[in-house]
Design a protein around this ligand. Structure first.
Ligand SMILES: [Zn+2]
Length: 309
């Protein structure tokens, strides 16, 4: 029996088939042998391949997972990194080393996240396991009139701010605490509104209780990328300030009494940027600080307790 079969991707077989004629049994055998060779090759990648390190090693919901790919050959080519099939921004952090942030939140399901690092040194597919974390819950009773607070203007401005992806890294080392007030509400608190669990709600930042007029400092260097005022339609957030720390990392400060900086201005870590207030939908003076990474509000605490490259 003669067959004409093409085996794309199994080197040598095409040429061999052109020279010789094989029985179906020998073709089957060679296919199996080729598949085994391919499997062995994949199981033992070539010496040139990315080293991928993932930290923290055991992330929990709210953590920012840092994925660092190092090239062995130093080919100075930023690898394409995807997680569960979605591409993520990747930046060079030092010679031959690249960093990708996977931001997580209480809304991210626990379980396996498959990372794919692809570039000239061949693909790598490490995985990371995200663990559940218990977040406190609150029961809030709201009058029906307050449920639809907020204007399209402020939501659009804030949404655009969260999508900013600028190339230069402006933060350096651990982030500073933006207020000296005590923490009145931690990150990630879940809520029942009028007895109904709010699936999409989690506290997207940290609240500090502090007197009206007390200083708010920049947790890290950044560019003033959002200034919103009650008078312009920020009825929910109140007076709002957004800092772009670069590479998809942004801080937002809401309910401010005053804003001391101008749009486009570069501020330094520790610089006073505004004062605490109770503007917008707020029941008393406090600062809300939200830290966004690639558009997701992450827990700022690991950024204050440690250093992200
Ligand atoms: Zn808050």
């Amino acid at each position: 029996m003669k067959q004409h079969i093409s085996f794309y991707g199994l080197p040598g077989l095409n040429a061999a088939l052109k020279k010789h004629q094989f029985s179906w049994k020998s073709v089957l055998f060679m296919t199996l042998a080729g598949a085994i060779t391919l499997f062995v090759t994949l199981a033992h990648p070539p010496a040139y391949a990315y080293d991928v390190s993932i930290s923290p090693a055991g992330p929990r919901q709210g953590d920012t997972v840092s994925i660092i790919s190092s090239e062995n050959r130093g080919s100075a080519h930023t690898p394409a990194v995807s997680i569960n099939g979605t591409g993520y921004p990747t930046f060079a952090i030092s010679n031959g080393r690249y960093r990708t942030f996977l931001p997580t939140s209480p809304l991210h399901p626990s379980g396996e996240y498959v990372i794919r690092v692809e570039g000239p040194e061949g693909p790598r597919n490490p995985m990371v396991w995200l663990s559940d974390r218990a977040f406190r819950t609150q029961r809030i009773t709201l009058p029906a009139s307050s449920i639809n607070l907020g204007t399209d203007y402020e939501f659009d401005q804030v949404a655009a701010f969260k999508q900013i992806l600028s190339p230069d890294k402006l933060w350096n080392g651990p982030l500073l605490r933006p207020s000296q007030g005590s923490v009145s509400s931690e990150y990630g608190v879940r809520r029942y509104y009028n007895g109904v669990f709010a699936d999409d709600y989690y506290h997207r930042g940290i609240d500090y209780a502090a007197a009206t007029g007390s200083p708010v400092i920049a947790p890290a260097a950044g560019k003033v990328a959002l200034v919103g005022r009650v008078a312009d339609g920020f009825e929910l957030h109140g007076n709002t300030l957004g800092l772009d720390h670069g590479q998809g990392v942004e801080s937002i400060f809401i309910h401010l009494n005053s804003i001391n900086v101008q749009p486009g201005e570069i501020v330094q870590a520790g610089q006073v940027i505004g004062t605490v207030g109770s503007t917008g939908a707020s029941t008393g003076p406090h600062l809300h600080w939200g830290l966004y990474v690639n558009g997701v509000a992450v827990d700022p605490s690991p950024w204050s307790n440690g250093s992200f490259e």
